[in-house]
Design a protein around this ligand. Structure first.
Ligand code: 3HC
Ligand code: NAI
Length: 715
């Protein structure tokens, strides 16, 4: 803070400072890393307001944040623990009731409870670069410190609902336009701007102005309000299907124009507590911390990343083109290598097509496309990669082809270059063995479409050096991906779990459930698509090839269901062939159930001597979840995933697992591991090989512990 005439006021809390600037008491929140509203901050704020009120030398209060943010909101780590006074709504009411002028000066993030503190102040200023929002919905909550009552009174119900239901951040300029703030600072000196604004208000004898008395709601009229609420309800019913807090947000905002302020606040509090106690809040808060935790691997602490300024991509197919776009989007140059001129032209066209799509959807402007493409070069000669700092291979999934590519990379790349493969299943140690520098070889497993999907599995083979792993994590940060460290094994974390999920679904199908019932049950659970819709989307031929490849090494104790093979033998590979588990009209992406498929399923049951039994949707979900949880426990036990939370993030970001359930391991903890174990033991009477409980689950249950005990985090 730049305080020329400042003098410290009476001793304050360690996290809330009080400094007198003439007759203005500056209340500074200094609680790193993000000034979250922990109990100490709440207490300090109330004490500061009371001190200001009692001190005749103070005529106004300015609230500012120290460090990079104003206030990032409630302290998320306190959720789920017994509440400690003063509660945030009390703090906000106390600020608003102060008879002296209170102004908030905002820089960085003013989110959730942070914005609610600002909304309780009588005037608000923000400097450029500030971001204001009510993102509670992303944590399964609603703004619970008056946000649902004050925001609509200030900016109207439609704008308030938009902020609360999307959870998006509004920039300072937009906040001014909306009426969320009163003044945009001319410079980024938040304290200087704030003090000048307070002095201006004092000089103009500006009134103390409680937001509860703001009139946007009455100005807009009850009919407009009602229309906004009804529109939000309708849209939320489809867009946020299965989510608990969005409808509660709408109920609370409705109360802002149907109830007096204090009754509205009371309703908000009741609804907030309902959300706080919901399993969705627990799942979403777990995901919040887990997605930050995954970026911390042993190597990121122990080693310094290598510098990466130029990147090569080998292969310009689906993945190579998508990876190239992801890298170009991060502002880095890309050199693409293809087999011949024709394939290279296809690769380049593929990259251009991705950008054309983004332009057509209005996501980027034409000049952004041109700027990105200016960083793109292609070649059919590996020599073009001589100066690349990092190369990502994305050629056919064939060991011989991959080895040939890596031996070329070994020949041309400079010493110290990182050599990465995007293989889905192949043995990366074997690929590394094709080079004279296995310490430089790593797996970077992107997901399709690679420029959109957030997950990046960083696959760590035995001989790779720590700084190469650290480089991969740094690259993920630059590409704005969510990195998960995975050990090398068949399928790494994600595809290994996908395989058991599919197998368990196939068992259900052969035993009597229709693929359509299975898909519906999983959609109801929260997946955007059921397992057979995913097969049809990805192409049945891919799984078929993998099954044929694994056939010679398949454990004879493993039950094998041939239904999908029967479809593939007919050339029914899914969407791309118009038929798969579903039938597709030309060009359609949504398929219709197919009686012929049901007949094939029935014929297969007959062939293997199974008479169909019925399953409830609930049984289907239980079995598929148990299959994933059990294999995930093995993945953790074997050290393929560092912690259970790495599995959770892999499935949430790569496989459509519903975020509000926190990932399969968090879900298992919420079900209770003894319940999961009992179910596995019951199922293993049907098939002792597939359903054998993971020794990790058995051990945790014996100890009375759960997966979260292995995460090393608070959530
Ligand atoms: N409470 C506790 N810890 C928090 C926190 C919060 N509200 N917000 C961030 N943190 C922690 C993170 O976990 C991280 O911890 P780590 O270093 O141990 O991993 C650290 O602060 C830094 O966070 P980021 O890595 O996310 O830092 P960035 O600079 O990238 O982003 C941010 C800063 C934009 C503020 C981002 O952290 C963020 O979006 N935070 C959450 C904001 C939010 O959801 N607020 C609403 C809370 S609910 C609420 O307020 C209820 C109320 O209505 C009653
Ligand atoms: P693709 O068949 O679309 O593309 C492969 C490309 O590699 C083709 O353009 C081909 O011309 C080129 N190529 C082949 N040999 C080459 C060589 N020696 N030198 C230069 N280029 C060569 O395949 P796709 O789907 O892009 O897959 C590539 C890799 O990515 C595979 O290892 C696959 O397992 C993996 N992967 C695929 C995912 C997907 O969803 N398609 C997801 C994640 C990983």
């Amino acid at each position: 803070m730049t305080a020329s005439t400042a003098s410290p006021a009476s001793p304050a809390s360690p996290v809330v400072s009080r400094t007198l600037h003439g007759n203005v008491l500056v209340v500074g929140i200094d609680h790193p890393p993000v000034n979250a509203l922990s109990v100490d901050v709440r207490r300090g704020l109330v004490e500061a307001i009371e001190a200001a009120q009692a001190d005749p030398a103070v005529t106004a209060v300015l609230i500012v944040g120290a460090g990079r943010n104003f206030i990032a909101g409630a302290d998320i780590r306190e959720f789920g623990k017994p509440p400690l006074a003063p509660l945030l709504p009390t703090v906000c009411n106390r600020i608003e009731a102060c008879p002296k002028l209170v102004v908030a000066a905002i820089h960085g993030a003013a989110l959730g409870g942070g914005l609610e503190i600002a909304l309780a102040a009588h005037y608000r200023l923000a400097v450029r670069g500030a971001k204001l929002g009510l993102p509670e919905v992303q944590l399964g909550l609603l703004p619970g410190a008056g946000g649902t009552q004050r925001t609509p009174r200030l900016i109207g119900a439609a704008a308030a609902l938009d902020l609360m239901l999307s959870g998006r951040h509004a920039r300072a300029e937009e906040a001014l336009q909306l009426g969320l703030i009163d003044r945009l600072g001319a410079t980024d000196d938040v304290l200087g701007e704030g003090l000048a604004y307070v002095r201006e208000l004092l000089a103009a004898h500006a009134a103390v102005r409680p937001t509860r008395a703001a009139s946007a709601l009455s100005d807009a009229g009850v009919d407009a309000m009602r229309a906004a609420v009804e529109a939000a309800r309708k849209e939320t019913a489809t867009r946020a299907r299965g989510l608990f807090s969005p409808m509660k947000i709408i109920d609370a905002v409705e109360a802002a124009f149907t109830l007096p302020f204090d009754e509205g606040l009371a309703l908000e509090r009741r609804l907030f507590v309902e959300c706080l106690e919901s399993p969705q809040r627990a799942g979403l808060v777990h995901a919040f911390f887990a997605e930050r935790e995954v970026a911390k691997a042993p190597e990121t602490k122990a080693a310094t990343p290598r510098a990466v300024a130029t990147i090569g991509v080998v292969g310009g197919g689906t993945m190579g083109a998508g990876i190239a776009v992801a890298v170009l989007d991060a502002g880095l140059p890309v050199t693409m290598i293809e087999r011949d001129d024709e394939a290279l032209a296809r690769g380049r066209a593929h990259v251009e097509r991705v950008y054309d799509g983004l332009v057509a959807k209005g996501r980027i402007k034409t000049d952004a496309k041109a700027a990105a493409l200016a960083r793109f070069t292609g070649s059919t000669s590996y020599e073009a990669l001589a100066q690349a700092d990092l190369v990502i291979e994305a050629v056919f999934e064939d060991m011989a082809v991959k080895k040939a590519v890596f031996s070329e990379l070994d020949r041309v790349c400079k010493r110290g270059a990182v050599l990465a493969t995007n293989t889905s299943y192949l043995d990366i140690d074997e690929i590394a063995g094709a080079t004279s520098r296995p310490a430089d070889v790593i797996g970077l497993h992107f997901f399709s479409p690679a420029n959109i999907m957030k997950l990046l599995e960083i696959v760590v083979p035995a001989r790779v050096s720590a700084d190469v792993v650290a480089t991969a994590f740094e690259l993920a940060r630059q590409l704005r991906k969510v990195p998960v460290r995975a050990g090398a094994c068949d399928g790494f974390i994600g595809n290994r779990l996908l395989a058991v999920y599919r197998t368990a679904a196939d068992y259900l199908m052969e035993d009597g459930a229709s693929p359509y019932q299975i898909d519906r049950a999983m959609r109801e659970f929260g997946y955007p698509m059921g397992p057979y819709q995913v097969v049809d989307l990805a192409g049945g031929d891919i799984g078929w090839a993998a099954r044929k490849r694994r056939a010679p090494t398949r454990d004879p104790r493993m039950r094998y269901v041939e239904i999908a093979d029967r479809l593939c033998e007919r050339g029914w590979f899914g969407q791309k062939t118009g038929r798969g588990f579903y039938r597709y009209e030309p060009g359609a992406r949504t398929g219709a159930p197919d009686l012929e498929v049901e007949a094939i399923v029935e014929a297969e049951r007959l062939r293997v001597g199974i008479s169909a039994r019925s399953f409830t949707d609930d049984e289907i979900v239980r079995r598929l979840m148990c299959a994933i949880i059990n294999e995930a426990a093995n993945v953790v036990r074997e050290g393929i995933a560092l912690r259970p939370l790495d599995v959770d993030i892999t499935l949430i970001y790569g496989y459509g697992f519903p975020r509000y359930r926190g990932g399969p391991m968090k879900y298992a903890d919420m079900l209770g591991l003894p319940t999961v174990l009992a179910e596995l033991e019951r199922l293993s009477q049907e098939d002792a090989f597939f359903w054998r409980p993971s020794p990790l689950i058995v051990k945790l249950v014996e100890r009375g512990a759960d997966f979260s005990s292995l995460n090393g985090t608070a959530s």
